[in-house]
Design a protein around this ligand. Structure first.
Ligand code: UTP
Length: 293
């Protein structure tokens, strides 16, 4: 297997039902965490991990993502007219940091089907998948941590977090054997099991390293939970043929595709911002003092 990974796929064609009504007319990936769309954090993680080529799998109603990573000619001119050149770099940087490609998933038939759309882009190389509604804060970018492992030990990788047992019904859960700190050989994967059937409380989150063999596996994968073609079902098919590893990364995870995760991420990111944190912290303290928190 070729060891250098330069391509990443970002599926953004989901409906975002959990964030309705906000997602009725705008992509959930464009909802801001403080002042940047969620998708920007994930693009920055990919680029900081050495990814050069990014493919967005988009769908109906996702045009705002393409526009965001394009030049905004009129806006740039207007900022110049108003003497606000300092903002130019900020709005330009996002689209300049990697080569960005787009393909459409014609209907949202599941994450597995979204990844399938990347077949021609990927070719015969291993590649990364990042889900923009999973934001990870860490000293070393989560994907970079995984790529480092991949270099020494090629295979398929999924990122893992520990979840409370009562929440396993919302996740893809792995059965794994720990072979090094944080690193597991995956023996089985179950999509959204009942708590009593879950083989562990280690859940798959949106960072993957996949091999091109995933496309054959996807082609043979029928719709699973929720009537969708599940990526975890296709990875399961590869368990016998290729090493599949799970990595409990070092970092803090925010699932911003749910309302509660979205709110938590906004608070956590605002508290990290030097320009906002002092006033925001005082506001939160005020809430605590008034017994509202
Ligand atoms: P989610 O499980 O978060 O689904 O998808 P969703 O449809 O976007 O959101 P809800 O559950 O309706 O609120 C995980 C990732 O896979 C993409 C999503 O855009 C998200 O990044 N996805 C999902 C697709 O690209 N296509 C699909 O058919 C389904």
């Amino acid at each position: 297997m070729e060891r250098k990974i330069s391509k990443a796929v970002l599926p953004v064609a989901g409906l975002g039902v959990r964030l309705l009504p906000a997602t009725k007319t705008q992509p959930k990936e464009m909802l801001p965490i403080v002042d940047r769309p969620a998708v920007q954090y994930v693009v920055e993680e990919a680029v900081a991990s050495g990814i050069e080529n990014l493919l967005f799998v988009t769908g109906r109603g996702k045009r705002a993502i393409e526009d965001y990573f394009d030049f905004a000619v009129e806006l740039e001119q207007e900022l110049r007219n108003r003497g606000k050149e300092h903002l130019l770099e900020e709005i330009r940087g996002v689209g300049n940091s990697a080569h960005i490609f787009y393909v459409r998933q014609k209907s949202p038939r599941g994450l597995g089907d979204a990844v399938w759309q990347a077949k021609a882009f990927v070719g015969e190389e291993p590649f990364a998948v990042l889900l923009p509604d999973d934001i990870i804060v860490s000293d070393t970018p989560c994907l970079a941590q995984m790529l480092r492992l991949f270099t020494d030990r090629p295979g398929i990788y999924v990122a893992l977090i520990e979840v409370p047992r009562e929440e396993v019904t919302q996740w893809g859960i792995v059965k794994g054997r720990e072979i090094a700190p944080r690193l597991y050989v995956i023996e089985d994967l179950v999509e959204k099991p009942e708590p009593e059937e879950a083989p562990s409380t280690l859940a798959v989150v949106g960072r993957y390293i996949l091999s091109p063999s995933i496309f054959d596996a996807l082609a043979q994968t029928p719709p699973g939970k929720g009537g969708e073609i599940q990526l975890t079902d296709a990875i399961r098919r590869l368990l016998e043929k290729e090493p599949v590893y799970g990595y409990r990364f070092a970092g803090e995870y925010f699932g911003v595709g749910s309302k509660i995760g979205y709110l938590k991420a906004n608070v956590a990111f605002a508290l990290r911002r030097e320009d906002l944190a002092p006033e925001f912290r005082a506001f939160l303290r005020g809430l605590v003092e008034r017994g509202l928190v």
